[in-house]
Design a protein. Sequence first.
Length: 386
Amino acid sequence: MKSNNELSITGQTYEGLSVINNMDIPELIATLNNKENYIKMLDVIDRNDAEDYTQFNDLEMIYLFVHHERDLDDVKNRTAGTKKEYLRELLQFYYRFIHNGGIYEFDVSRCDITTLLKSIKPRNIRKYQQWLKEAPLGKSGKPYSITTLARKTVVLKAFLSFLNNKGYITTPLHDALKTANVNRRDLPDRDLNSVEVIQLMAYYRDHPILYSLLAVLTTTGIRIQELCKTKMSDLSYDNGRYWLKVIGKGNVEREVLIHQNVFNTIKEFRKRRGQNMVLDKGDSSPIFTTAKGKEYNYKYLSNYITKAIRKTELPFVIHRKNPIGPHTLRHAYAIISAENGSDLLRISQSLGHKNVNTTMIYLEKTLARKNSASHSWANSDILNNI
């Protein structure tokens, strides 16, 4: 890694441990998330008849993995957001082996600091995964949830497999990782019904910012990331209805209906921010902005909404095991749509799910209650005689 923070193409210039010590993970993410050097590095590889990845160092291999392209169509490759998340996961893994390797029985002093990944053994990976499972790194100082562990395992397993496939490491370290399967019982309870949504909306009726955010998230089912990325140019009016274009996972585009009264809440939101509501296909400014007129960071906004809902201290909020946040409102959209007669396929399409089975998870309890055999007892002789 060069001192000017540009990725070394040949891997010959590298500041070693100082790269990690002098740059925190957010800085490294910003540096490595730049795709500029990817093609140049592939050219370096292609100069030889056989692919040779041994000329690179650890950070460069992280870079190559994150920017690895499987498809000619950029839309089908990893998004910038996904790359950022992968970088965060892998840099945390790398940072921990440099600074806390002893916990995983790894002696960093015995290896080349620029290529320490080559010195990791299967037992180190097993120890790391066990530590990751038990360490109090999750919410409220608790261990990670099984869903978080599953996500981290998937990323790390894919990376280690990549290193092995490219010949950078000779041991299949990915085989040392246990799978972290997520069962439905492991998923947090995110059910929210129409009565609860009405109470929540009523609480924030006089708060234009939160009221609009809650209204849009609940009545469209869009993800918080999708909401933060919406532009004024994404809004359109057709045949008496407002539509909002959103870009979902995998850069898949879809439109969601914005009901008139929900549109009015957006107008009030923007009025409070000192912005107009003129529909303009040339206006690339964000629909929802901070007080400074900037695009929201989706994690910040998610935490803001979750904390605001917790502060309501409404009975159904207090007595829930899991906090209510933007993703809960997405579940609410699915549940209320089903209550109002929408079929599973339409709900799945509106949510932007690739697999209807994902939608089934959202609606499992609702559909189980709706389809319960006990409904057939309504006018039975037994019930009438109890």
